[in-house]
Structure formats: C-alpha cells, structure tokens
Design a protein around this ligand. Sequence first.
Ligand code: AMP
Length: 401
Amino acid sequence: MNLVLVVNAGSSSLKYQLLNMEDESVIAKGNCDRIGIGGHVSHKVPATGYVYDEDCNFPTHTEAFEKLVEVLTTGENKVIDSMNEISAVGHRIVQGAEIFDKACLVTEDVIKQIDDLSELAPVHNHPHALALWACSKVLPKETPQVVVFDTAFHQTMPAKAYLFGLPYEDYLNYHVRRYGFHGTSHRFVSGALATAMGKDIKDLKIVSCHLGNGSSITAVNGGKSVDTSMGFTPLDGIIMGTRCGAVDPSAVTYVMGKHGFTPHEMSEYMNKKSGFLGLSGVSSDNRDVCAAAEAGNERAVMTSDILQYQIKKYIGSYTAAMNGVDAVIFTGGIGENSVEVREAVCEDMSFFGIELDKELNKTVRGKLCKISTPESKVEVWVVPTNEELLIARDTLALING
Ligand code: AMP
C-alpha cells in the first residue's frame, strides 16, 4: 500500500486522514482536539465502521500526535503495524504568502518560515508550526513531510487583482495584499470539473463558489486563479457563518469608535459575531437560517437574500474579469447541499446564459452533477470538494519527484 497521512492542525485540534493512494480510499480519519484545554480523540475506520471516542490529556500537539500514532498502530482495530508503513505526511497550511507558490518538503527552515508568517495569519500559522515540530518529534525521522498551502493556488493572480488601494509602500513593507484562501479546494473542484466535462482545464473559464462556514469565490481561467474574494485574511468577500465579508473600511473605524473596541476586539467582532449570525440573530449555520426564513423570520430572509445577492455579484464580476464563463461550480457544505441557495443564485441569470434545471437541482446533494439545462450556455455543476485528497496527491507527487 502507498499510504499518506494528511494533517490539518489548528490551535486546539489535529484533524487527520490516512489515505491509501493506490485507490485513493480513506483508511482512517479523525480528530485529536481540545489540545491545551483537555483532550479528546474521535477516530473512525470507514471500512469496518469502527468508531472510537475517548477523553485524553493533550497539553500540546506532541501528545495529540502520540495519540494519533497509538490509535493507528495499536489494539485490535489498528489499521497499520507501524508508522514506518506511511510513505509521507501532508500538512495543510493556511498562509504561505509570496514565499510559497507550491507545495514543498518540510525542513527546519520551512517550519521557521511558516512560523514567521504568523503575523499574517495569527490564528493558523503558529499552530501549524507547532504541529510540524510535534510531528517531526513523534514520527520516524525518515518519513518525509510536505506542506500544502491554501494561498499557493492564488499566487497566479495579477497585481491588478491582488493589490489594494493603500499606499504601495504598505505592500512592499508590510506585505499587505490579497492572498486568497481555499486554494486547495478551488484547485481540486476545477480539476474535477474539467475531467467531468471531458475538457482540458486550459480551455475553461470557471467561477468556483466554495460556500461553507467560510466562503470564497474564485475566477479560474485556464486552470489558474486570476481573482478571488477572500483577501489579506479569510474575512473578505461574501458574508459567512460568523464573518462579515467585505465592508466599507470607514464603517470599521466608525463601529470601533462607537463600541470603544480595540483593534483586536474589532477583529473578533467581524470574525465571530457578524455574518449569518450577526445579521439574522438566529445562527451561524445556514440550515438554521434557512429554516427560520421559511418560518417567516424577516431577518433570516434578509440574511439569505444578502448571501445570494453577493454570490450573484461575484459571478457577474468574474465573468467580466475573464470575458466569459464556461461553468459555475458550487462546492462546500452550502454549495453542495443547499438547493435553495443554488436556485436563488442562478435565478434571473439568463443575460449570462445561465439556466438551472430546477427539478434536477432539487435532487442533488453532495454529489458530482451538472445541474444546468442542456440549453444553458454556461454549465452549472455541483462538485464535492476533497482538500485532503489533493493534499495527499500533492504530497505523493512531491516525494516521487
Ligand atoms: P462546511 O464549512 O463546508 O462544512 O459547510 C458548513 C455549512 O454548510 C453550514 O452553514 C451548514 O448549514 C451548511 N450546510 C450543510 N448541509 C446543508 C444542507 N443540507 N442545506 C443547507 N446548508 C447546509
């Protein structure tokens, strides 16, 4: 077997998947979470249906990795005998800035560079570095580790798409620019779409809508990201579960003054109290907002309207940016499952040549499917994302040269 372990580490969690790259199946997956505040492991083996849950003690990421090794290699439900059977480990890294435009092998220097980027992604990059150090300590020295960056796919954006209207010196001195996120997802679904359409991705203009708890929309021209809605951080773009998306910068300083917020408090307000939650007053979860809207809650109706309207505007603007669009992708928890959001976004888009098959759309949840009519000039597809699989593929490709 050709095994790749994919790790997605946060400040208090370590999500993992062990993949058999011969058939790209998932052998085991789970999460070691509550790191630093207790500890818990939940572990699943899809082939046998084995599920394991236990409270643990994870003072740091090292103990979480030790538990991960234990659940994979010990007991009657072990899936491997030793970590030496694993060909490589692939780590998801949120921010690679302009330093990393593709996946690379982990070295001491690479971990340090990732940690040094923490100023640009404080919530993510330092925990990633802690996990990389912990992994190097716990796993066999010979096991290669690879880092795959969310931002790397967007490094092809031209300056006109990634620069803000701030003085240029802030870009030069402080690296303030649009980086974009969800790059692994946008790359995966664009590639999967080209395969499904039987076309070369080089010949396609795609608007990829990753709509989940965090959402971003990307213009993919010829397989390359040319613009994307998330910016310097994953706060920009459309409204999300608890994130506000794009707002007039003056409104930010004005609200700070009104509430007497520090910059950190304002950041928390925009990241954790806004979006679906702040607008609807109901929930950060799209399902709850939709249910409340259906029950007649006016703020929930308004929240759904804002989301749908903003997605439409991005499809329109990216169609202009690319001088056309061949296909629109819906992915992420909302994009793959919300019949209502897809229908509302595609409503009244005949000017663009978008015509949804509404009956077919109602039947599609979480599976690869074209949902536009045969006459639609622009194809509309639901494409389930699989970032872990692409990280595993990149990891294998890199170690195999
Ligand atoms: P993700 O971050 O990709 O896991 O997506 C989470 C979001 O997807 C949440 O807002 C969920 O409410 C939403 N979601 C998941 N399933 C459905 C569904 N069947 N209908 C509508 N939204 C859904």
